[in-house]
Write a protein that binds this ligand. Structure first.
Ligand SMILES: [Zn+2]
Length: 175
């Protein structure tokens, strides 16, 4: 007998969620579906990305400096694609300023853009009001669940999923 279910098991749907980063000259634009941004410090340590665990963090003990990253889920009205966009600390002020002014991020148009043609050049965020009714937006994606899935499924011989330029390939169809 078939065993029917509403969701695949073992976080398979989370693994299918795409995480996108901004390439130089290729801004990412989408409607934010998250209520809030969420971020954490990340180590690129021993060939893979892992969240900094603060107390008892192996990478910190080895004097490895973590970097802060933030994420929101964004949706493209034309592509109907729903993805998680990654940004850096340089974007937080603009995003939080919008949230304070408008009470929420959900429904805003987020533009993430690199300052120059360099792959790791400073990232800036622009947040504007959209004309789309927040009620018609898809429910926000599980950002934390997706990231934890990405980090946990890393093995040292796998290609790292974060902070590696090769990883950007094929991730820009969204914009
Ligand atoms: Zn750490």
């Amino acid at each position: 007998m078939a065993y029917w279910m509403k969701m695949p098991e073992n976080g398979e749907s989370l693994r299918a969620t795409r995480l996108i980063r901004v390439k130089p000259g290729r801004p990412i634009v989408g409607i934010v579906t998250s209520m809030e941004l969420i971020g954490c410090y990340v180590h690129y340590f021993r060939g893979r990305s892992k969240a900094c665990e603060r107390a008892d963090c192996e990478a910190c003990r080895e004097k490895h400096m973590p970097r802060w990253y933030g994420w929101v889920s964004i949706w493209g009205p034309k592509s109907n694609e729903h993805v998680i966009a990654e940004f850096t600390a340089s974007c937080v002020e603009a995003i939080q300023e919008y949230r304070l002014k408008h009470g929420q991020l959900r429904g805003a148009v987020l533009t993430l853009e690199r300052a120059t043609a360099k792959i790791n050049s400073r990232l800036t965020a622009r947040v504007q009001q959209s004309t789309i009714n927040a009620d018609v937006l898809p429910a926000e994606l599980d950002v934390i669940g997706t990231l934890e899935k990405i980090w946990e499924t890393h093995h040292s011989d796998d290609a790292p999923k974060i902070a590696r330029p090769d990883d950007l390939q094929g991730q820009q169809r969204f914009a």
